[in-house]
Design a binder for this molecule. Structure first.
Ligand SMILES: [Cu+2]
Length: 120
């Protein structure tokens, strides 16, 4: 039934649009960090590091992580529950830091991968 197909297709497209935009203002995914407007861009690398490992931003600004490697990674706050996001190959993750402080994080898959965000 053609009408049924159109409705189903519209629902699928709507779902994809929601996924692309993200509904949480503090966390979202996009294709590239360059267009994200984040104050700092960090790449998860194939040599199992976050590059740069340390970044400094101002309170209220965002950091964008991108998986530029051939492995899956995570961006996981050392403070339990602050942020934890899987990064498939090519994925990006954006987090906004509202408060000043020093925030350390790691990759839950590769223990050697650690980083620090200083919010001033
Ligand atoms: Cu990793």
């Amino acid at each position: 039934m053609p009408t049924q197909w159109l409705l189903t297709g519209g629902a699928v497209l709507g779902s994809l649009a929601l996924l692309a935009c993200g509904s949480d203002p503090t966390t979202s995914t996009s294709k590239t960090c360059g267009a994200s407007g984040a104050a700092a861009n960090i790449t998860a690398t194939s040599s199992l590091s976050f590059a740069p490992a340390a970044a400094t931003i101002n309170a209220g600004q965002s950091v964008c992580w991108q998986n530029g490697s051939q492995f899956a990674h995570t961006v996981t706050s050392d403070e339990v529950g602050a942020f934890n996001n899987g990064l498939a190959i090519g994925d990006t993750f954006i987090h906004t830091f509202a408060n000043k402080g020093t925030f350390t994080y790691h990759c839950s898959i590769h223990a050697v991968m650690t980083g620090t965000i200083t919010v001033q």
